[in-house]
Design a protein around this ligand. Structure first.
Ligand code: GRF
Length: 187
């Protein structure tokens, strides 16, 4: 199998990155993680990239042409899939059009419910009985692209934000890889 060169965008912890790195070691897994991009110099995920000898780039989103800089690197590393794994910056319409290939994102709710930030706080304030995570294609609208996969669990009465996050992330770590397998199933 020819693995697709993939770039993972992160901003923080990198727990999804970690599972993707581990799974990508399996020769049947369709992607190779060729590049990690972070908009946060202190993101723990960068240490994972270093440890696993994966090229990484820290970008400064305050610089005017930062997206052009990203695009040039995506070209350099022949990236054909971008995975947004906790990347806290919205990609511009211009970026999406210029890149023109697949971009997927993981979101900690059952989209289309609870798009955007502070997801767990809003879920707990609602009367939802269940929640979960969603992997979806990225388009110009926030958290609104076509859904690839969702995983669900029931909210228990003692669940707080921290517990919801833990339970959600446990599912995310499975969902991201399953989504990747699904999109490349027939290629
Ligand atoms: C995940 O919970 C994801 O849903 C959200 O950001 C978090 C990133 O976590 N978009 P990590 O950096 O992969 O640990």
């Amino acid at each position: 199998m020819v693995k697709k060169n993939t770039c993972i965008f992160i901003s923080g912890e990198g727990s999804n990155l970690k599972t993707l790195i581990n799974n990508s070691r399996n020769h049947n897994f369709p992607i190779k993680i060729s590049l990690v991009i972070s908009n946060n110099a202190n993101a723990k995920g960068i240490l994972l990239a270093k440890k696993n000898s994966i090229p990484f780039i820290i970008i400064d989103t305050k610089r005017r042409y930062f997206e052009n800089f990203i695009l040039a690197n995506l070209k350099k590393y022949k990236i054909s899939l971008i995975c947004l794994a906790g990347y806290m910056k919205v990609l511009s319409k211009k970026f999406l059009n210029s890149y023109g290939k697949m971009i997927i994102n993981i979101h900690p709710s059952l989209l289309p419910k609870f798009k955007g930030l502070n997801t767990f706080e809003r879920i707990l304030k609602s009367d939802e009985k269940k929640t979960g995570c969603t992997v979806h294609f990225v388009n110009e609208k926030l958290d609104a692209g076509m859904i690839i996969i969702q995983k669900i669990f029931f909210i228990e009465k003692d669940d707080n934000e921290e517990i919801l996050k833990k339970k959600t992330q446990k599912l995310e770590h499975k969902a991201f890889s399953e989504a990747i397998i699904k999109i490349f199933r027939y290629s």
